[in-house]
Design a protein around this ligand. Structure first.
Ligand SMILES: Cc1cc2nc3c(=O)[nH]c(=O)nc-3n(C[C@H](O)[C@H](O)[C@H](O)COP(=O)(O)OP(=O)(O)OC[C@H]3O[C@@H](n4cnc5c(N)ncnc54)[C@H](O)[C@@H]3O)c2cc1C
Length: 438
């Protein structure tokens, strides 16, 4: 119940940790040259880079959570291939040393007065602002959630409170439908809702239960994956492994007492279908962070309105954005955050010198499509939906080496590279491996 309350209220709990940086709820100093909102992937990476650029004493990061999670590994946690504990570290240990950690929630951003108000009433002013507030999960928009997570058989890899429930539901599977949903909204890591289906299929085969399982991917989208090259490979896989794909199906209700999931048919308004389930994996609807949505920094929908080339805000030149909270027209991933962090670093360093931003973000993003416990299709693409592959091999093919990259190499790259502001994506390696041709 406590976990569910956490899901409803999105409040952080935990024990305060002390480390090299300073942290407090009410800060003594109320002004920073560089204020970073959000201490997730993008916020910590930019905090580390800004510390190098202007000195730790000039940088503060506002982040309420005691724990920082490497979310991409939750796909493997939900399938029992990694532990939930391995996905998190205390925020204190990832804060760049010497940088001020304001352990509060941002309540309001006022770019006209260059100020931010936190939930304890503190007002902080800034010279420059980086917004890295991520995307908001909306489990509550599906009728019957989040309460349905109190029942077995329902899980979701999208939250630390529910990811282990996926693994429990999979282990306890006896016979019937295993259903995997994709909502009718933008999401982070658009491959994750189906990766857990492939892993579940592999698990059920391994444990001899596959013959008794009917595996279904019910997605709101009209396609299996947005980039044709990878979608073609995925269609081959679903056909070969007898996985049923129902396009334009949107989960609207979970009746946990009856083990029923209700989907609307997006092509036939008003029509719904009820599916019984033995296991249900929910990818929740998602949307803009409410703090941005309620501010003058938002576009018409609520995303942070930034220039897609240099990540500078379109109206307020001293404001910048990175990651899932922005309206950058690319897939929302940590891989995208890495590439964006290098561009944003360059943009800010030019602006500090009164020069025009010169480097352009090409929309690079990546999605390691886990297709079993030892294979991955490594999708990499740009703003135009064109593959932008690092390796000079066909990455649409399932490969064991790519699985090891996902499971073993990428977590290290995240904790020791991205979060320290040292990893700006594979661009330079791609150039090298393609002999300067890409
Ligand atoms: C199941 C799953 C699988 C994924 N798989 C992959 C993958 O394989 N590859 C990949 O590259 N990416 C993957 N991702 C996506 C990746 O984790 C995100 O795109 C990335 O973390 C985005 O970084 P961010 O900084 O924009 O947001 P986040 O890392 O989510 O950080 C946002 C931060 O803002 C804080 N915040 C929110 N509101 C406030 C407030 N009001 N005040 C202060 N702070 C606030 C939050 O506490 C959080 O720390 C996956 C994600 C999930 C959930």
């Amino acid at each position: 119940m406590a976990a569910l309350r956490g899901l409803r209220q999105c409040r952080s709990t935990g024990i305060a940790m002390s480390h090299f940086h300073t942290s407090s709820c009410v800060s003594a100093k109320q002004h920073y040259k560089m204020l970073v909102l959000g201490g997730g992937s993008g916020g910590i990476a930019m905090g580390a880079r800004m510390k190098r650029m202007m000195g730790a004493e000039n940088v503060a990061i506002v982040e309420p959570s005691e724990m920082h999670y490497y979310q991409p590994i939750w796909t493997l946690v939900g399938a029992g291939a990694k532990t939930a504990a391995s996905s998190g570290r205390p925020t204190a240990t990832v804060m760049p040393s010497g940088v001020k950690w304001v352990k509060s929630k941002v309540q309001e951003i006022n770019p006209d007065t260059n100020t931010v108000r936190t939930d304890d009433g503190t007002e902080i002013s800034y010279e420059y602002l980086i917004v890295a507030l991520g995307i908001q999960l909306h489990y509550e928009k599906i009728k019957g959630l989040p309460e349905a997570f109190e029942h077995p058989k329902v899980g979701s890899n999208y939250s630390i409170q529910t990811v282990e429930k996926t693994w429990k539901a999979l282990q306890n599977f006896k016979e019937g439908n295993a259903i995997f949903s994709f909502p009718n909204t933008p999401v982070k890591c658009a491959g994750a809702p189906q990766k857990i289906m492939y892993l579940s299929d592999a698990y059920l085969r391994k444990t001899g239960k596959r013959a008794k399982a009917n595996i279904m991917y019910n997605t709101s989208l009209p396609v299996l994956f947005g980039i044709k090259k990878y979608a073609d490979s995925l269609w081959d896989i679903v056909k070969r492994r007898d996985l049923q794909v129902n396009l334009r199906h949107n989960l609207i209700e979970v009746r946990a007492d009856k083990c029923e999931a209700v989907f609307e048919d997006l092509d036939k308004p008003g029509e719904t279908k009820v599916f019984e389930y033995e296991m249900l994996h929910v990818t929740p609807p998602m949307g803009p962070n409410p703090v941005i949505k309620g501010s003058r920094l938002a576009d018409g929908i609520g995303w942070l309105d930034v220039n897609k080339d240099n990540l500078q805000h379109k109206t307020y030149p001293n404001v910048f954005g990175i990651g899932d909270c922005t309206n950058l027209p690319t897939a929302k991933t940590a891989a995208a955050v890495a590439a964006q962090s290098a561009i944003l670093n360059r943009t800010i360093s030019r602006i500090l010198k009164n020069e025009k931003p010169d480097k352009k973000y090409d929309g690079y993003t990546s999605c390691p499509l886990v297709t079993s416990y030892n294979t991955v299709i490594l999708a990499e693409f740009d703003y135009n939906g064109q593959p932008l592959e690092t390796f000079p091999i066909n990455q649409a093919k399932e490969r064991r080496i790519m699985y090891h990259m996902k499971a073993d190499l990428m977590p290290h790259l995240y904790w020791h590279g991205l979060l320290r502001g040292l990893w700006g994506g594979p661009g330079p390696y791609r150039k090298l491996l393609h002999l300067g041709m890409k």
